[in-house]
Design a protein around this ligand. Structure first.
Ligand code: CP3
Length: 355
């Protein structure tokens, strides 16, 4: 297995090394907007059946690469395999999102949670990674990922998706020690899980903090960022001499970028609300930046998409350290042709920023 991919633009950009053009990949690039994904998912029977079958997970990981000239593959899985591995029961109802069968609501629940051994309970993910690396044969790097402890905890405490996070915020106020115990367990489980992903072959790691932006600043620092920092400190980031860059993404985290950069990430994901020029100024070129075209722009005609790609590239400006992406996941109703138009525009318009 070669450790250096043929196309190493993503790795170079994440380490702020020179590239010939801006690398591009898309959050949720393997997903429901692709008819071939919907077909494989139907064949699998359910989303969880797809996630837990390494051959099918490998197949859908590679689908967007067969269609588009992307600079990275991202492992097909989900952040909620951690509560699944902890035995809390995970299901996805059609049109309803995730459901945790046995939510975590008190000290006794937290105390009973195991820290799962990834080689045992999450072996299906590690097998998928080894398969994907073999199939990629070094064409592009493979990104592994996990959710932030705070974001995964919101699903475990609420029992599913939430609009207002009433239960977990209640726990934060009334029983902060219980919440800290849960977050610490999740941070330890996630560190072991990501290190197992790295050992199996992922070349980049991304931490999705989708719901950190729902917190007040002191709570974000205490209940979300500090646990991502704990994970960063525990990762094997230079196994066998190769550097594994880590991307932190807090959706709605534009006001905390300076603190996120100081936590020790190589790169930060930037959502569409934050201007890349402002993000670059705030982080003083200490980290690479990934983003941030508004996913809803992909519903517009290709001409309009091209203009927005130009705007995003210009906002970051000249020099290395930019990875082109959306500000959040691609939406299921997106026309794949529009995704192709976005990628073509990045290929066409970005080289001038690297001369
Ligand atoms: O990006 C990729 O292509 C890799 C795969 C990936 C999935 N989920 C597959 C998926 C990744 C990186 C995730 C991360 C994830 N999962 C996050 C963080 C990123 C983000 O979007 O903010 C979160 C919050 C989850 C939890 C989750 N998984 C929810 C809330 C849902 C239901 C809502 C939805 O979008 O359908 C999922 C299901 C899910 N995960 C799907 C996919 C392709 C859709 C499932 C289906 O096929 O019906």
């Amino acid at each position: 297995m070669s450790t250096q991919p043929g196309n190493d633009r993503l790795l170079r950009a994440l380490l702020r090394e020179p590239v010939d053009r801006t690398p591009v990949w898309i959050m949720r690039q393997a997903g429901r907007y692709l008819p071939e994904y919907r077909a494989t998912r139907a064949k699998a029977g359910s989303f969880m059946a797809l996630c837990t079958n390494p051959e099918l997970a490998c197949e859908v990981t590679l689908q967007p690469l067969a269609r588009f000239p992307l600079d990275a593959a991202i492992l097909f899985s989900d952040i909620l395999v951690i509560p699944h591995a902890m035995g809390r029961g995970l299901g996805f109802e059609e049109g309803e999102g995730p459901r945790i069968a046995r939510p975590v609501r008190n000290e006794a629940d937290v105390g009973s949670l195991p820290v799962p051994d990834p080689d045992d309970k999450l072996r299906f993910v590690l097998d998928a990674i080894r398969l994907i690396r073999r199939e990629l044969a070094g064409r592009v790097p493979l990104i592994g990922f996990a959710g932030s402890p705070w974001t995964v905890a919101t699903y475990m405490v609420e029992g599913g998706s939430s609009r207002d996070f009433v239960r977990i915020k209640g726990m934060l106020q009334a029983e902060p020690r219980t919440l800290h115990a849960l977050l610490d367990k999740l941070a330890r489980a996630t560190t072991a899980y990501l290190n197992a992903q790295i050992a199996a072959g992922v070349q980049v790691v991304m931490i999705f903090d989708t719901w950190g932006g729902a917190l007040a600043t002191p709570d974000y620092l205490e209940f979300s960022l500090s646990y991502m920092q704990q994970i960063l400190a525990g990762l094997a980031r230079e196994p066998e001499g190769r550097r594994v860059p880590v991307i932190l993404f807090t959706k709605g985290g534009g006001i905390w970028l300076t603190r996120m950069a100081a936590a020790g990430a190589d790169a930060l994901g930037i959502d569409s609300a934050t201007e890349l020029s402002d993000a670059r100024r705030a982080t003083g070129d200490r980290v690479a930046l990934q983003g941030n075209l508004d996913p809803s722009l992909l519903h517009e005609p290709p001409e309009r998409i091209r203009n927005e790609v130009a705007r995003v590239l210009e906002s970051y400006g000249r020099g290395p350290g930019h990875v082109f992406n959306l500000g959040h996941g691609v939406m299921p109703a997106t026309n794949p042709e529009h995704v192709a138009a976005m990628i073509a525009a990045v290929h066409e318009l970005s080289p001038q920023y690297h001369r």
